[in-house]
Write a protein that binds this ligand. Structure first.
Ligand code: AHM
Ligand code: MG
Length: 325
């Protein structure tokens, strides 16, 4: 049994990772243990329902969105290694410690539509190095490839922390003593899969290459792909990506013709990029159907992006269909 507190110093030393980065990761993990306690109790701790407020993207906030956001902000502001943070629930970045070496971007509770119905939700986080100079929005607008680490906590049947500091992916499970214990090292996303995840109800709004792709999968073993595919849709990206990390698959949230000014629903900086780094570290792939996710130059903290990630063969196939269109 290796706890996170035992694992981290050893992992940092082995790969010459700065202790400050380990501290930031430990801070996020500790905050997520507190968020977990709230999620677990639900109605018993009075945290379900709407907060009566909206966020910068015009989405109504649930009470737990706000609670989880406040908990992460308080924890990160207490860590001297954090120079600033950005959250799905905050319009602008929040400054922390001028001498801190890292920036943390997060979606405090992803999968909001599942909170009140007792279905898995999660916290997603991205850690970037803080560039030299005064902190401004520009400091955060770094490509996904620049991340120092990333991860998520899945509040599911088990509470699990999955992270990478760019030396493999590690899975920890919360035990009865409220400690994260290492339960899996370096899961690998198989290159081939027979499982996909997409919100099919939007089919008529997708661009032609995405419609063609899903039609080909649905055609089964007599279609162009020559195999039968299964489908899953939890509507919690964290649960979806975790399933893919455990057994392969492809997850998509494509662009939609209803509003072509929006490249997609999901956010680049604190949803797509951190998950893409996990995928890349586990042998999977991630992109926006045109280019590698980690190569996209961000233009805004809350920028949206089309998402295709998971088993490498499928991500490459979808990208090829879009290139041919
Ligand atoms: P949120 O950040 O408002 O919770 O939205 C993100 C979530 C993802 O977890 C999930 O993949 C997607 O939205 C589900 O969308 P839909 O409700 O369209 O199926
Ligand atoms: Mg979200």
């Amino acid at each position: 049994m290796t706890t996170l507190a035992q694992f981290l110093p050893q992992h940092l030393q082995q790969h010459a990772i700065p202790a400050e980065l380990g501290s930031v990761l430990a801070t996020v993990a500790a905050a997520c243990i507190d968020i977990n306690a709230k999620v677990r109790l639900g109605a018993l701790s009075g945290v379900l329902g709407m907060a009566g407020t909206g966020n910068v993207q015009g989405e109504d906030q649930k009470k737990l969105d706000v609670i989880a956001n406040d908990m992460l902000i308080a924890a990160l502001q207490a860590d001297a290694n954090v120079a600033g943070l950005a959250s799905e629930e905050e319009d602008t970045f929040v400054a922390a410690h001028p001498d801190g070496g890292y920036l943390v971007l997060f979606d405090p509770l992803d999968g909001s539509s599942n909170i009140d119905v007792n279905i898995s939700v999660g916290t997603i986080f991205s850690i970037l190095p803080k560039p030299e100079g005064a902190l401004d929005t520009q400091s955060f607008l770094q490509k996904g490839s620049a991340q120092a680490g990333s991860g998520y906590v899945l509040y599911g049947p088990q509470t699990q922390l999955v992270f990478t500091l760019k030396h493999g992916v590690f899975v920890f499970t919360l035990n009865e003593q409220n400690e994260f214990v290492l339960t899996q090292e370096n899961p690998q996303v198989p290159a081939a899969t027979k499982e996909f995840a997409i919100n099919m109800s939007n089919r008529r709004h997708w661009l032609a290459p995405m419609q063609q792709y899903i039609d080909e999968l649905l055609a089964g073993d007599t279609g162009p792909r020559g195999k039968n595919y299964n489908m899953r849709w939890v509507a919690s990206m964290v649960a979806e990506i975790h399933r893919i990390l455990m057994r392969g698959g492809v997850f998509m949230y494509p662009q939609d013709t209803r509003d072509l000014s929006k490249p997609g629903k999901l956010r680049l900086m604190y949803e797509a990029n951190p998950m893409s780094l996990i995928m890349a570290q586990a042998g999977g792939a991630a992109g926006n159907a045109v280019q590698d996710m980690l190569d996209i130059q961000p233009e805004g903290l809350h920028q949206r992006v089309a998402v295709v990630m998971g088993s490498a063969e499928e991500v490459a196939y979808v990208t090829r269909l879009h290139a041919q269109a």
